[in-house]
Design a protein around this ligand. Sequence first.
Ligand code: ADP
Length: 487
Amino acid sequence: MERREGSIFPIEEALEMILMFDRGGKLTYVNAAARQKLGYESDLCGRHISHVFPNSFRVVEDGFETECSMGNELQNLVAYRRNLTCFPVEARIVQDDTDSGMYICMANDILEKEFLNREIDRIKQEAKQAMKVKSEFVANVTHELRTPVNGVLGNVRELLDRKMDEETEKSLRIVERCCDDMNKIINNILDFSKLEAGKFTLEPRKFHFRNMLDYVKANHINKMTEKGLGFFVTVSPQIPEYVIGDELRIVQILNNLLSNAQKFTPWGKITLEAVRTAQVGDRIELFFIVADTGIGIDEGDRDKLFQSFSQVDASISRKYGGTGLGLNICKQLAELMGGQIEVESEKNKGSTFSFSIWVGACEGEEAVLQQPDDVKGASVVMASMIPSADAGGENPENIRTYGTPENRELLGKNLSKLILSVEMENWEKAEMFMETVRQLTEEAPREVKRAALRLKMAIQKENYEKVTAEFEELNHFLQSEGEVQHE
Ligand code: ADP
């Protein structure tokens, strides 16, 4: 099996030196790396292997003699160049198992490998140092910025307590708002650099879930009302009163999504919904949905949304401001909390951002499974369509327990009525039946619950095509689990 040096062979371009020799010890092929490192051009083939490894191979009458082991074992040899200088290599010599009597030697220059390892370490250290310098710089600059901003803010608030004419008050309010915006940007940059440097730690502790949502609602209700937007907050009764998680960071994600929703919605409504989607031991998965009826996002732009410093286009930043960091921070925070964030949107119809997180459930704090409880002061309460024990003689527990014949029957009835309402474009009624469907699927497997949630979102957006598609999807899940009887 004679091969010419430099022939086209898959191993020709390998970084490793590859030398092939026959039973007689005659080199039949050497790749480019071997030729280059050993200082030959095209005259290495035909020589004896002992030319390259004189300490390990000797010429004998019928070929060669060696103490080298043949197999996968790595061994240290000394390779000699054409000019008789030498260098240590780490080599593996194997015998071709096709009975051709060929040997293949694969060797790496140890010094070069060590040099490369040292280089990699050096570059890693430099990158780490650069990251540290950057993080410290960002921390210092943002701190330096925060101090004067807070100085201005404090003084403006003091001035606002005094009596003044309307014009001056208006100007001071603008200064106050600008300082608040500046603080938000500073905090975002600080969070972003900490997350990027892997220095961000969550601080989970026990907190009252519904109070947290009240707080979030209070943060936004004024701006929404000022803009004439409807703002609806609902929380599933299956979420316990108290959970263990990083409240501050959950609030941060919700605030960001709600601020965006408010910013990009000229009219219509914004809804925030919190549901429990899974439980494993004492950990529960919470799912939040923030939906708006705003300007929406083009399909092509959706991928960019969660990247840092990304806004849909330059005109957005001019018109609405912002740094494009908010959603990237939300994504990283949701992932730190074991979840993920997603967006669905349609241009000029609205956007729905949803994210999941895992929190600890506090023992004995399970909320009672009742009617959906709306957050205090929220503008929507859905009436439960599930019959009570004294109405119709049904056992409500059986009805609520997912998968029981009673539950399936009622589910089927409500789904039929729901789709009928949609066909008649009676969206309010469809929402009512949807609420019952949601309650009836509250204990359903995760995929069914998610399908129900998507259907609900589509109904809220009054999107006929999406509703029918999601309806089919939900139906498909229900049918594959057992028959749901439609009327
Ligand atoms: P910013 O701080 O600039 O708002 P974000 O990361 O929060 O940064 O948002 C990035 C971009 O995503 C926004 O500039 C906007 O183009 C788009 N976006 C976010 N939320 C919505 C929404 N609810 N409706 C339409 N576009 C949105």
